[in-house]
Design a protein around this ligand. Structure first.
Ligand SMILES: [Zn+2]
Length: 178
């Protein structure tokens, strides 16, 4: 009898989001680990950075959604069916965007929230692409495209902030240990 040993090779190409000890974010861009110097969870200063610069510090998938307005395919995002407690930050700049308490089970295929963490966390822009009139939601700090907001959400706001998972970064609630 011959023993057949199967080796499954798991190739980790490096997760696209690696947080450093200094709160900067490292991403794999063109196969290299690049530090995003604009990323901060404490600095709320508005960023005005051209796309040519963002292209050098963001992974191509994040760049396409956040800076070019692409939409990730429905039901594919990592936070679509996800209900852990914590806070969602902008994956581009670290700005706090949503609390998990405001997330609700939506059938639309993208993570959905009924309100942002603070009114100025996000900004709104009229979007008339694809022969539709929609309200685009952007990050209030770095102007990244996050998704759209619709009027068919649950109480108390009746809003549905329909977001691209890739533009969000989730930080679980820390349980204090004494
Ligand atoms: Zn941002």
């Amino acid at each position: 009898m011959k023993d057949i040993i199967k080796f499954s090779t798991i190739v980790l190409l490096g997760t696209s989001l690696l947080s450093s000890a200094f709160g900067e974010k490292m991403q794999v861009v063109n196969g290299k680990n690049i530090i995003n110097p604009y990323y901060s969870r404490t600095d709320t200063k508005i960023l005005k950075i051209p796309n040519s610069t963002w292209k050098k510090v963001l992974s191509s998938d994040l760049y396409s959604v956040a800076r070019l307005g692409d939409t990730e395919a429905a039901f594919t995002g990592k936070y679509n069916e996800f209900d852990s407690k914590g806070t969602y930050y902008c994956a581009v700049c670290g700005n706090a965007l949503f609390r998990s308490d405001a997330k609700f089970a939506s059938t639309c295929g993208w993570p959905s929230f009924y309100e942002p963490i603070r009114p100025k966390s996000v900004i709104y822009k009229k979007d008339e692409s694809f022969s539709m009139v929609r309200t685009e939601v952007r990050c209030g700090r770095c102007d990244a495209h996050l998704g759209h907001v619709f009027d068919d959400g649950p109480k108390p706001t009746k809003k549905r902030f329909c977001m691209n998972s890739i533009a969000l970064e989730f930080e679980p609630l820390k349980i204090s240990q004494n």
